[in-house]
Design a protein around this ligand. Structure first.
Ligand SMILES: *Cc1c(COP(=O)(O)O)cnc(C)c1O
Length: 389
């Protein structure tokens, strides 16, 4: 029996044809396709500039550098994210200062942010968990008041939309994620909205950030054309975070399908919401009126008090029956490194911790067939019924 994975890419014959075309040319890396991909991505997200890099993690690292994160600076973020978010802060010598999440969206709780701001705080890194955008307006108000930069980790939210809430006339017009924060990053790992195998991008409206990002992804090389064709200088050592042309051409081909992919993801989410709404042992993920989520994942919560087994047993039973469930994410403050280095401990973030204990991600990806969706629904219902109190 083939397991239904929690997420996977959708590559079609057009994607493959485009990649093969590039492989037959003279330019395999850092050629015209990179610039073309960046232009298309920036246009899609309505941002001024995009810089394509080798992964979402590389994008976060460069974002932290251009934001000026240095030794002993503090950066506010959420413990409920993929570990790369906090690792990038650590790469720069910074301290990730975690803030607990909202109970419904599971995103960083804006009401808690201000309590953690000190003289050392340099930036806020909100993460759009599961593709659901953070309350960006509230976060922006706090950032402005304290003169902090916002680096939005939107690795899970390419194609998601946000409209400022709490306005006089209700919810305003929704806009794509990508230009709300000072810097926004995306990932193109196979489970994300679109893929290039590996890949990432940094988006910004600030020209000086854009120029620095381009230099940093290419070793820190600054050309000085007056001194000869071979000549360059290094003011700050950078990295090799470049992407290849055959990856970018795949990205260009995939961008055309973002809206189709998200439509499929949203249809599956609606089906799940409907199927599980009367199952009292399951809490389905929320979607606020002020967003349109790209539904990167579909994380449910098990009401363990209504079940006679633990989450591990449910996880293993579903896995055995061909449902490739996952848990997103392991909480960062509880990893040994983060406990030892920064003194975090169990109990620090009760809402995130309660969520984590009960979390289970069900399969959701655009290429999922109706039959697969039905199978997930039926098996989950059956397993829950078997173990209900
Ligand atoms: C996937 C992901 C990343 C890392 O992206 P890579 O391309 O795998 O390096 C960072 N942050 C979040 C929230 C992610 O989901």
């Amino acid at each position: 029996m083939k397991k239904i994975p929690y997420g996977r890419q959708w590559i079609d014959s057009k994607d493959i044809k485009e990649v093969v075309k590039v492989l037959k040319t003279d330019w395999l890396t850092q050629g015209l396709k990179v610039a073309e991909f960046e232009k298309k991505l920036a246009e899609y997200c309505k941002a001024e500039y995009a810089v394509a890099v080798s992964s979402g993690t590389a994008a976060l690292h460069l974002a932290c550098i251009v934001a000026g994160i240095k030794q002993r600076d503090e950066v506010i973020t959420t413990p409920l994210t993929f570990v790369a978010t906090a690792n990038a802060i650590v790469y720069c010598g910074g301290k990730p200062v975690f803030v607990d999440v909202e109970k419904d969206t599971l995103n960083i709780d804006p009401k808690e942010i201000e309590k953690k701001i000190t003289k050392k705080t340099k930036a806020i890194v909100p993460v759009d968990f599961a593709g659901h955008p953070c309350d960006l307006c509230e976060i922006k108000k706090i950032a402005k008041k304290h003169n902090l930069l916002i680096i939005e980790d939107a690795a899970q939210a390419l194609g998601s939309e946000y409209s400022p809430p709490h306005q006089k006339f209700g919810v305003g017009v929704k806009k794509k994620i990508g230009s709300f924060a000072d810097i926004t990053i995306f990932s193109f790992h196979p489970v994300k909205t679109i893929t290039m195998g590996e890949g990432g991008a940094v988006l910004t409206n600030k020209k000086d950030f854009y120029e620095k990002l381009k230099i940093l992804r290419h070793h820190g090389i600054v050309k000085n054309s007056g001194k000869g064709g071979w000549y360059y200088e290094i003011e700050n050592p950078g990295y090799n975070y470049r992407l290849t042309d055959f990856q970018c051409v795949l990205g260009i081909s995939q961008i055309k399908k973002i809206d189709k992919f998200i439509k499929k993801r949203r249809e599956i989410a609606v089906k799940y919401n409907e199927a599980f709404k009367d199952i009292k042992e399951i809490i389905t993920p929320a979607e606020k009126k002020y967003v349109k989520s790209a539904w990167h994942i579909y994380p449910i919560q098990l009401c363990l008090e209504k079940l006679n087994v633990d989450r591990k047993k449910i996880f293993e039973t579903l896995q055995k029956q061909g449902i490739g469930v996952q848990v997103h994410h392991m909480l960062i403050h509880l990893f040994p490194f983060y406990q030892k280095k920064f003194g975090y401990k169990k109990g620090d973030f009760p809402i995130a911790e309660r969520y984590y204990q009960r979390a289970l991600t069900l399969p959701l990806f655009p290429k999922m067939t109706d039959k697969e969706v039905d199978k997930v629904i039926n098996v989950v219902k059956k397993v829950i019924k078997r173990y209900q109190k």
